[in-house]
Design a protein around this ligand. Structure first.
Ligand code: FAD
Ligand code: 2HG
Ligand code: ZN
Length: 529
């Protein structure tokens, strides 16, 4: 009976599929925690002490402009004829949010933002820009944290904001195919109607685009369970600098026909092509989710608790996150939200997701009993109600937002072998001393990914020079990665050699030359000077 019902449901969904196909996804009504747009960022900055516009990137970092043309009246006429004037956005004020990153730390001076709706329009734009030597900055939700999503000089911004159509949801295989501009949270809500989920979740879900996620190979809160986008993304359609459309939009789980070119676009941050469509493998949406929030006395206990969680919770463990006391003080103090636990040096969030609530609850209770009993965990609370889980998640997801309110954030996103994980925070705290307002660590401990952040009232070159390259040298000595998930963008590109060999960097440069011979796609990003 159950099987028959399930099949019917499949058929009903199959029918719905044709109705839903082609549906545009607009931004969902978002909770405060999820409303992460550049407008909000500007609002946040005005609340912070660094409320003025940030300095131009080209000036602050002394960048030489590439030999690109400047946008002329003739070029604008072409864009306006192609897209109409309402999709050819001009004017300093209109472009301000698109010229400045979410953190308010880098700023370009583009004078035109284009909003194509189709792959053909993207192709026409890039082909024109390539022929006229105009540099281009692809932009999704502009939530990137390494200065990759905004121009450095006057690059033409090509936004995917209006490319938000879902093409199909295959309910048999669980594959969604959609345009690059679908907002992650809206796409997840869309596939939820078919009992599926997008295997990626991050604090910026209410603003970031799936094309931006793919282009940065975003990691997020559930990589531990669902793996990286190199595994979940089955197909990509992208437009090369020349305007040529590369269709690698296979929705098949297995496809070994030659080089798997889609991987070139996953994580290349808009430097090799503009992603226009993606096909993503969506796991079934779990029927039961629980979230444990724990307080711990030492980082050693954090690691042992993670190990115990893997052993005892096994296949239902879907997230393992960590927050240190300084990060908690920041989110509680700056955003006025309250932790349900007393003060501890370390906190963990352990999420379980499964198909049987009773089974998962029993496992989680046994796990908590044993870790509280042995003293590994000092205190804890468990939530299963969505609103209570959301309140706990906010403590973790809103740290980046809380840090901005200190003034200026120096942000590092490091992969480390777990035994070294928190030592980097301790060493850097000692190294920086009272030069900074805050030095804190949090992140995806289950994936060995530390988010190390420093804040000061405003940007100070001396502080930056004290942090860099020290933090990269430290990371490289323990064979870590200087960018675990945020990418290199503008800010980290000149440090790539701390994580990649010369041979690998040279091959990357050759690939860039092959795919974008005139270098118009996101110049000054990813590859070193
Ligand atoms: P953008 O910021 O617009 O662009 C990012 C880069 O991709 C740029 O280089 C841009 O040129 C390029 N790009 C964008 N769209 C395209 C396209 N269609 N084709 C080609 N290139 C393109 N990241 C994580 O990995 N894990 C996290 O947990 C995480 N949490 C975050 C939490 C907050 C609060 C914030 C503000 C950011 C977080 N990020 C995280 C960083 C960011 O959200 C991700 O990098 C995200 O994937 C960027 O998507 P976007 O649409 O905003 O892209
Ligand atoms: C997160 O996991 C994001 O919250 C942002 O990747 C990390 O603020 C950061 O350093
Ligand atoms: Zn992260």
């Amino acid at each position: 009976m159950i099987i028959i019902k399930t099949m019917m449901l499949g058929l009903i969904r199959g029918r719905m599929m044709s109705v839903m196909a082609g549906r545009a996804l607009t931004a969902l009504p978002r909770s405060k925690a999820r409303l992460l747009t550049s407008h909000q960022s500007q609002h946040l900055h005005s609340a912070s002490s660094s409320c003025q516009k940030c300095e131009l990137t080209s000036k602050r970092y002394n960048v030489q402009r590439g030999k690109f043309s400047a946008v002329s009246e003739h070029d604008l006429k072409f864009f306006q004829e192609l897209l109409g004037s309402h999709r050819t956005v001009l004017g300093e004020e209109e472009l301000e949010g698109h010229n400045t990153d979410w953190l308010g730390t880098v700023r370009g001076a583009s004078s035109v933002l284009l909003k194509p709706k189709t792959t053909e329009e993207v192709s026409a734009i890039l082909s024109y820009c390539d022929q006229h030597q105009l540099a281009v900055c692809p932009q999704g939700g502009n939530t990137g944290l390494v200065g990759g999503s905004v121009p450095v000089f006057d690059e033409v911004i090509v936004s995917t904001a209006l490319m938000n159509q879902v093409e199909s949801v295959d309910t048999w295989s669980g594959v969604v195919t959609c345009q690059a501009g679908c907002i992650l949270e809206a796409l997840d809500q869309h596939v939820a109607e078919y009992g599926l989920m997008i295997p990626l979740d991050l604090g910026a879900k209410g603003s970031c685009h799936i094309g931006g996620n793919v282009s940065t190979n975003a990691g997020g809160l559930r990589l531990l369970r669902y793996g990286s986008l190199h595994g979940s993304v089955l197909g990509v359609e992208a437009v090369l600098a020349s305007g040529e459309v590369v269709n690698c939009l296979s929705a098949m789980k297995k496809d070994n026909t030659g080089y798997d070119l889609k991987h070139l676009f996953i994580g290349s941050e808009g430097t090799l092509g503009l992603v226009t469509k993606v096909a993503i493998n969506c796991p079934p949406r779990p029927a039961a989710v629980s979230l444990a929030f724990l307080g711990l006395q030492s980082f050693d206990n954090v690691l042992k608790t993670f190990k115990a969680a893997k052993d005892q919770l096994g296949e239902i463990l879907s997230s393992c996150e960590f927050i240190d006391q300084s990060s908690m003080e920041c989110v509680e103090g700056n955003l006025k939200i309250k932790s349900p636990l007393d003060e501890y040096p370390y906190y963990m969030l352990l999420e379980t997701s499964g198909s049987n609530g009773d089974h998962d609850e029993e496992k989680l209770n046994n796990f908590l009993e044993s870790t509280l009993g042995s003293g590994l965990v000092s205190d804890g609370t468990v939530a299963t109600e969505p609103s209570k889980m959301a309140n706990i998640w906010a403590l973790r997801e809103r740290i980046a937002e809380a840090l901005i309110l200190d003034g200026y954030t120096y942000k590092y996103d490091i992969s480390l072998p777990l035994p070294h994980f928190y030592k980097l925070v301790e060493d850097m705290r000692e190294h920086l001393g009272s030069n900074v307002v805050r030095c804190c660590g949090y992140g995806h401990v289950g994936d060995g990914n530390l988010h190390l952040n420093f804040t000061s009232r405003q940007y100070e070159k001396e502080i930056l020079e004290r942090i860099e390259p020290a933090v990269y040298e430290w990371t490289s000595q323990v064979n870590g990665s200087i960018s675990a998930e945020h990418g290199l963008g503008f800010k980290k590109r000149n440090y790539i050699h701390y994580s990649k060999s010369l041979g690998a960097i040279n091959l990357m440069k050759q690939m860039k030359k092959l795919m974008d011979p005139n270098g118009i796609l996101n110049p000054y990003k990813v590859l070193p000077d």
